[in-house]
Each structure stands twice: as structure tokens, then as C-alpha cells.
Ligand binder design. Structure first.
Ligand SMILES: [Zn+2]
Ligand SMILES: [Zn+2]
Length: 393
């Protein structure tokens, strides 16, 4: 439960100190312990109140109910979704404001609720931002990402976070020694990308075009490269050419440097045939239309970016039909893709450190988002790691 301090139950008072002089020493000791408890009964957390209204507040430290964990946040990562929620002031799938903010993190178990046997105090864990019910129509049809009762959990820009029982049970993983918590925190966004890649049907030897070089586009490039797929990146800014190359693109096309983006991209594919798979990681109508025109006959497009409600695009139906083209969109992750992503993050082949381009303390979070807003799409930042316990040197 997220309680404001004013709503929280008053701290128990120590009435026994002078009552039983024979046990006075012990009581004083207990009083000291409770004093310590009192000191950490409050914590700092970033709370979103509405459009671009993010505040740091003192709130009660959550307590673990049966089946739950309370985790001390080691590192929380900024994400495009957070920025979208910050700009809009709400998230259709998550909570309404005022709401605890942030969803990518890893940390150390601080409290274990009754009945939890898989984790102990002091364990390093990464907990996903959701878990499916495994009972509804979609879960039973292997589409847990579309679960009708998907349980979301937010509030990673805080000193502690409560992990609901369902997420503890289905989507919390032990981080091996030697894997930094800020790297483990990449598991969630990567799980969405892994699912997107699986759904696109891309396999070793294929050529894939990725449109967009934000954090998600860059993750697509890197995972595809690790899978043996040849990646062509379509990027907006010049500085993104180097980043796309770093994450595995063998050819990079800068949109503003060419007259016809589709033609120029197709020219980079074998015999100008078009790519086997095209991923849109931009979410603009233009990018969606390019994607369809860049794919080869019999190929597949995955519209991965989520545009605002009501967005429409124009597609050449003749080309779609006679080209036998598969159009696909992907949303979110499943427990299985979370585990695949976790494997990538922990096996040492994934360039985790390269995704974290900024480091900040918890007190910097409101300013960080304000800056991300003003920089818009021009930011060279990929992800900023927020360290509530202080930025490590
Ligand atoms: Zn995210
Ligand atoms: Zn379900």
C-alpha cells in the first residue's frame, strides 16, 4: 500500500521503559531499535501529479503483505514510456495520478512477506512492471501480454518499492553476482523487444530494417545482430549513425541525407528486393508507411511504436495483397520473453553498459524529466540510471 505519512498509522509508543525497572536496559535497547525503524518508516519517492507535474515527496516505506516483497531500489532506468506518461499526465494501462512513477529497476530485497520462499532478505532481484493472471481468455491462448487483468506495478523512482504477490511469483528474477543492478534493470524493456523480434519471425541470415534509433530501436538492432540477422538502421540525426553502428547495424541511412528514404533503404538490400523484416520503432504515420514500402514480397513488418489514439495511415493495399506481406504489431512482454531477455542481459554478450548514458540521484528526477521534455527527440541520451541510494562513483 502506498500511504501518505499523514494517513499512516501512528508509530507504536514505548510504554514499558519506566514500568519495569529490572528490564529497563532491554526496553531502552528496544526503544533504540524502534527509533531506527521509525527513521526508515519514511522514504523519498517521485510522485506524478499530472501533466509535467512530478514531485519528490516523503511517503511511508511500503510493507510486505503475505506473498509480497519490499525491495530497496538499487537502480531505476528512465524510459520513453515514462516520458510519454510525464507528457500526457496519465497512462491508459496503468494508474491515474497522483501515482508512484517509474517502472524499470532492480534492487535488493529488504522485506519478505509471509509465505514467500523463493527470495530472502538481501537477495539481488529484478522485478518486472507487470504480471499476467494466467486465467483469462488471452492468457489461456498464449497471449499473456494482452492479459485482461494485467497487474502493473510502478514507483521505481523511490528508495523502496513493494512488489505485489503475483509479480513476486511470476516475474521476479534473482540477479547473479557480477551483474550490475542497473544492467539487470534493462530486462523489462528488452523483454518487449525480444517478443517483438520473435513475433516478426526474423531469423539468422535475414536482413532487417529498423526505423528509429531511440532506446527501443537500438535494442532491436542489437538483439537482431546477436541473433545473426543483418541490420540496416534508418535514423534521423547524424550522431545516431555511430550509435546504430555500435549496436550492430552494418548499414545506416540518415533520413535527412536522402531524397527518397524508401528507395535509398531498398537500395541497401540485396538486389534492391527489400528487407525480410522491417521494424518501426518511431510510431509516426510516415514511418509506418515507409516500413510497408521497405519490406520485400513475402516479408513481415512489425509496427512496434505505439502512436496516439486515432492515428491513421495510408497503405497500398495492392502491394500488401500481391506482395503477400505480413503486418504485425507487438505490445508488452510475457514471462517467457522476460526470461529470454534476462538471459541476454546476464550472459555478457549484450552491451548493457552502452545503454546507460546518464547517472543521477533520486533528487534529480523531476529536473531530469523536465530536461528530457525540453530536449525532445534531440537528446543523445539513451537511458539514465537513477540511484536512490546515491550515485556510485
Ligand atoms: Zn520501459
Ligand atoms: Zn490474463
Amino acid at each position: 500500500m502506498w500511504l501518505r505519512l499523514s494517513d499512516a498509522a501512528p508509530q507504536p509508543t514505548i510504554a514499558c521503559i519506566w514500568k519495569d525497572s529490572g528490564r529497563q536496559g532491554k526496553c531502552i535497547e528496544r526503544a533504540r531499535n524502534e527509533k531506527i525503524e521509525e527513521m526508515i518508516s519514511e522514504m523519498t519517492a517521485a510522485v506524478l501529479y499530472g501533466k509535467e507535474d512530478l514531485r519528490l515527496e516523503r511517503v511511508a516505506v511500503p510493507q510486505a503483505e503475505p506473498g509480497e516483497l519490499v525491495v530497496r531500489v538499487g537502480a531505476a532506468l528512465t524510459c520513453g514510456t515514462d516520458l510519454k506518461v510525464y507528457r500526457r499526465g496519465y497512462h491508459a494501462m496503468m494508474l491515474k495520478p497522483p501515482m508512484p512513477f517509474g517502472h524499470e529497476f532492480a534492487g535488493v530485497v529488504a522485506e519478505v512477506g509471509a509465505g514467500v520462499t523463493a527470495f530472502r532478505e538481501g537477495d539481488r532481484v529484478v522485478a518486472m512492471n507487470s504480471a499476467p493472471c494466467d486465467a483469462c481468455f488471452f492468457c489461456r491462448h498464449g497471449q499473456q501480454n494482452l492479459c485482461e487483468n494485467l497487474l502493473f506495478n510502478n514507483g521505481t523512482y523511490a528508495e523502496f518499492i513493494r512488489i505485489p504477490a503475483r509479480i513476486v511469483e511470476k516475474n521476479t528474477l534473482l540477479v547473479p553476482d557480477g551483474v550490475a543492478l542497473e544492467h539487470a534493470a534493462l530486462t523489462e524493456p528488452l523483454a518487449c523487444v525480444v517478443r517483438g523480434l520473435e513475433e516478426s519471425g526474423a531469423k539468422a541470415g535475414d536482413t532487417m530494417v529498423v526505423i528509429g534509433a531511440g532506446p527501443i530501436g537500438l535494442m532491436f538492432m542489437h538483439v537482431a545482430e546477436l541473433t545473426g540477422v543483418t541490420v540496416i538502421a534508418v535514423v534521423k540525426r547524424e550522431d545516431q549513425i555511430a550509435t546504430a553502428t555500435l549496436f550492430g547495424a552494418t548499414k545506416v541511412l540518415q533520413v535527412e541525407a536522402v531524397e527518397d528514404v524508401v528507395e535509398a533503404t531498398r537500395a541497401l538490400t540485396s538486389e534492391g528486393r527489400g528487407a525480410d523484416v522491417v521494424i518501426d520503432a518511431v510510431a509516426s504515420p510516415a514511418a509506418w508507411e515507409w516500413a510497408v514500402d521497405m519490406v520485400r514480397k513475402g516479408g513481415a513488418v512489425n509496427f512496434f511504436g505505439g502512436p496516439p489514439r486515432g492515428t491513421k495511415v495510408q497503405l497500398d493495399t495492392n502491394r500488401l495483397h500481391y506482395g503477400d506481406i505480413t503486418l504485425k504489431a507487438s505490445f508488452h512482454h510475457t514471462p517467457a520473453t522476460c526470461r529470454t531477455a534476462f538471459g541476454l542481459v546476464t550472459n555478457g554478450r549484450f552491451k548493457c553498459a552502452e545503454y546507460i548514458t546518464g547517472r543521477a540521484g533520486l533528487d534529480e528526477v523531476p529536473g531530469l524529466f523536465a530536461r528530457m521534455m525540453s530536449r525532445g527527440g534531440g537528446s543523445r541520451e539513451i537511458k539514465t540510471a537513477v540511484f536512490p541510494g546515491g550515485v556510485p562513483r
